[in-house]
Write a protein that binds this ligand. Structure first.
Ligand code: ZN
Length: 198
C-alpha cells in the first residue's frame, strides 16, 4: 500500500525525509573517516600506536557506522514500514514535560501518547505508538481499520465516516471536513476512500 497519487506533496515529503536521513548518515561517516585520515596526515611522524591505523582505524569506522545508525535513526527504515490492520486495543496516556522557560503562560507541555495494538491484514500482531498533538481517542477506537504509511507518523482511519473527521498524517491534526490542505502544516490530507481502493 502506498501514498495515493493524489497526495503528491506527501510522496515528496516522505522521499525528502528518507533522502535527508541517508545523506546525513553518509556525511557523518565521511566526516569521521575524513577526520581520522586528516589526523594521520598531520601526524605522519607519530608512531603507529598514536595514529589511526590498523585495527584502530577499523574500530573507528565501526563506531562511525554504528553511531550514525542511531543518530540518524536509520533503523526506522526497517521498523517504520507501512502497516494496515484492525485496532485491537487503543490506549491513551498523558504526560507532561516542564517548559524550558518556567513562569510562562504554559508551564507544561501536554502530550497525549497513543498506543495501538493492531491485527494486520496479514494476521500478525503489531504495536504502534505516536503522540497526538490534538487528537481524539474515538478516531483510533477499537475495531477501526487503520493504515499507517511509511514515513508518515499518524495512521489514517480508512472509514470515511470515522468520528472526528480526517487526520493529517504528518502533524496529527484533525479536521471535521475533508480539506484540501492541513490548516496547521499545509500538507495535503489523505482521503480515506483512496486507501480503501488500494
Ligand atoms: Zn498537518
Amino acid at each position: 500500500m502506498k501514498i495515493p497519487q493524489k497526495n503528491k506533496d506527501l510522496i515528496r515529503y516522505v522521499r525528502f525525509c528518507d533522502a535527508r536521513r541517508i545523506v546525513g548518515y553518509l556525511l557523518w561517516i565521511a566526516l569521521l573517516i575524513g577526520g581520522a585520515l586528516s589526523y594521520n596526515h598531520n601526524h605522519q611522524t607519530y608512531p603507529d600506536y598514536r595514529r589511526m591505523v590498523g585495527w584502530r582505524m577499523g574500530l573507528w569506522v565501526l563506531i562511525a557506522i554504528v553511531s550514525g545508525f542511531f543518530l540518524f535513526r536509520i533503523w526506522k527504515f526497517f521498523t517504520d514500514r507501512t502497516l494496515s490492520g484492525t485496532v485491537i486495543s487503543s490506549t491513551l496516556s498523558r504526560s507532561y514535560t516542564a517548559s524550558e522557560t518556567p513562569g510562562e503562560k504554559t508551564d507544561y507541555d501536554f502530550r497525549l501518547n497513543t498506543a495501538l495494538k493492531l491485527c494486520t491484514d496479514q494476521g500478525k500482531r503489531r504495536r504502534i505508538r505516536f503522540e497526538q498533538k490534538a487528537g481524539f481517542y474515538q478516531y483510533y477506537h477499537e475495531d477501526s481499520h487503520v493504515v499507517r504509511l511509511h514515513g508518515l507518523p499518524f495512521p489514517v482511519n480508512t472509514d470515511p465516516n470515522a468520528p472526528h473527521g480526517y487526520v493529517c498524517s504528518v502533524c496529527g491534526n484533525h479536521h471535521k471536513q475533508l480539506p484540501d490542505r492541513c490548516q496547521c502544516c499545509d500538507h495535503s490530507i489523505i482521503d480515506p476512500k483512496d486507501l480503501q481502493e488500494l
